[in-house]
Design a protein around this ligand. Structure first.
Ligand code: SAM
Length: 372
């Protein structure tokens, strides 16, 4: 048996009704389940690298065969791994991040499901949990909230340093003026702009952290197909207020979003080509959605919480977007057209695969500009 063992990073160890259940999220192997009291405490030692031989010495001779069988089972299932095979730190970080992405989707969906279950039960579940476990629902939820909050606080303390390192690598210095910000850049990078998105963008961040630039430091901001990914109205308005803050007086923001009014028109006119030709740009779009499914997903209805950044949370027509921009303090809000900004530096729509998507001679997007 391999010498030093440790639980794989995605191993879940759970205790339920006197049993211990151990499985990983990446392996299809069924959970290892035992109610052997000796194993229950003994196995949890492998939360840290531990020599199998040393661990087995702690077990009486009578229990050794069952302990060896448990170790072999967990090794086969990938729940225990050889500590020395975990590889370089960089490879581990990437692999762990890939797993974390899956866990976060599951977590987002699970929290939603938990809330629905709890509300469906009503007060009865408070009493039942209190009687059977001694800890009612409210206290259990507070513990969950504290755990999430604790992690978010740790993120918060690391944010500034993380942003500073990236800005310095990009050569953006404190107090710099006349910046050009391309926010939600996806794969399309604009030269001599600060291209911003989540990892692995040149400036990787969540735009809801606030923008790491001084007041009045940007001459223009380009945001293509990001706004509909933020919750409306609170997050979307807060984001636009940040844009307004970093724009210098007279600076311009150009916002491109799906044009939901056109989508409604196409639905009412039963224009199947409008919906059908979308697949030419969005090749991952489901093969045969009904017009209504297509429209609602586009407009941000029925989002699964597990989709996180990817899903649309809202849809805009000109009336709604221009009001939101004005609420954020932007002025002279006006409609524009593809590559037709009145400001030459903002004729950049070509960089966006989605902004340039069209059906026939019309674009799917709504192009709007406002001034600080
Ligand atoms: C539909 S893509 C558009 C990409 C590109 N602008 C284009 O038009 O082709 C939406 C982009 O917004 C980014 N995004 C969504 N929410 C975000 C957030 N809160 N912070 C940073 N980026 C976000 C996504 O990561 C994704 O790259």
């Amino acid at each position: 048996m391999t010498n030093t063992l440790v639980f794989a990073p995605d191993t879940l160890v759970r205790f339920r009704n006197g049993q211990i259940l151990i499985h990983t999220t990446s392996s299809a192997a069924p959970a290892f389940v035992t109610d052997n009291a000796m194993l229950t405490g003994w196995l949890t030692q492998f939360a840290r690298p531990l020599s199998a031989a040393q661990a087995l010495q702690q077990v009486g001779a009578a229990d050794r065969p069952v302990a060896v069988a448990a170790l072999e089972h967990l090794l086969d299932a990938g729940a225990l791994i050889a500590a020395e095979t975990t590889g370089s730190a960089a490879v581990n970080d990437t692999a762990a991040h890939d797993r974390s992405r899956r866990h976060l989707r599951t977590l987002a969906r699970s929290v939603y499901d938990l809330a629905c279950d709890a509300l469906a039960f009503g007060p009865d579940i408070e009493r039942q949990l209190g009687i059977s476990t001694g800890i009612g629902l409210e206290r259990r939820l507070m513990a969950l909230l504290a755990a999430v909050d604790g992690l978010r606080n740790e993120f918060r303390t690391r944010r500034d340093g993380y942003l500073e390192r990236q800005l310095s690598a990009l050569g953006v210095i404190a107090g710099q003026q006349d910046l050009r910000l391309h926010i939600g850049c996806g794969m399309g990078m604009l030269d001599n702009w600060v291209n911003i998105d989540i990892h692995p963008a040149p400036l990787a961040m969540n735009v809801l952290w606030g923008l790491p630039f001084a007041d009045g430091s940007a001459q223009c901001v380009f945001v293509s197909h990001l706004l509909e990914h933020l919750y409306y109205p609170h997050d979307a308005r807060a984001f636009l207020c940040e844009i307004r803050r970093v724009l210098k007086p007279g600076g311009i923001v150009r916002i491109v979003v799906p044009d939901v009014e056109q989508c409604i028109d196409a639905y009412v006119a039963n224009d199947r080509s409008f919906f059908g030709s979308r697949r030419e740009t969005w090749d991952w779009w489901p093969e045969n959605p009904t017009r209504l499914e297509d429209f609602l997903a586009y407009a941000g209805a029925g989002t699964d919480p597990g989709y996180l950044f990817e899903a649309h949370k809202f849809g805009y027509d000109f009336e709604t977007l221009s009001r939101l921009m004005q609420e954020a303090g932007l002025q002279h809000v006006e409609r524009s057209e593809f590559m037709s900004s009145r400001h030459p530096e903002l004729r950049v729509d070509e960089i966006s695969a989605v902004a340039k998507a069209r059906y026939g001679d019309r674009f799917y997007s709504l192009f709007v500009e406002g001034q600080a």
